[in-house]
Design a protein around this ligand. Structure first.
Ligand code: 5GP
Ligand code: ZN
Length: 113
């Protein structure tokens, strides 16, 4: 998928601030973070929507998210996280490659992003 920015990061064609990698998944910092430590977790292969992703890769993706949430919180001393997917353009998906947002939250950050 040559026009996909997340495929380009996964393929090493453009730089990404990569924080973790598994067999099927890659985690890197969001270039325009909603909060310090805002991390994206993606399947290395290109899938546009969550229900396109094969079960084995979905399991790897969410296991990776599960492992990273406490690490991200610790890294930026967050009090909580929003974890979510914009699944489809009408839901706000701008990059057409499945990605899970991990957005650190703080007691005093004034509400939802
Ligand atoms: P969406 O709205 O599709 O759920 O979120 C896309 C996210 O990707 C946004 O938070 C945006 O800042 C991030 N993003 C867009 N282009 C790049 C990029 O080239 N590198 C990185 N690291 N993040 C990107
Ligand atoms: Zn892609």
């Amino acid at each position: 998928m040559p026009d996909c920015i997340f495929c380009a990061i996964a393929g090493g064609d453009i730089p990404g601030r990569i924080v973790h990698e598994t067999e099927h998944s890659l985690a890197f910092l969001d270039v325009n973070p909603l909060a310090p430590g805002h991390t994206l977790v993606v399947p290395k292969d290109h899938y546009a929507r969550l229900d396109d992703v094969p079960d084995e890769i979905t399991a790897d993706l969410f296991r990776t998210v599960d492992e990273l949430v406490p690490r991200v919180e610790e890294a930026v001393d967050a009090d909580a996280t929003n974890v979510g997917i914009n699944n489809g353009p009408a839901a706000g998906q701008e990059v057409e490659h499945v990605h899970v947002h991990i957005v650190p939250r703080f007691d005093d950050d004034g509400g939802n992003p």
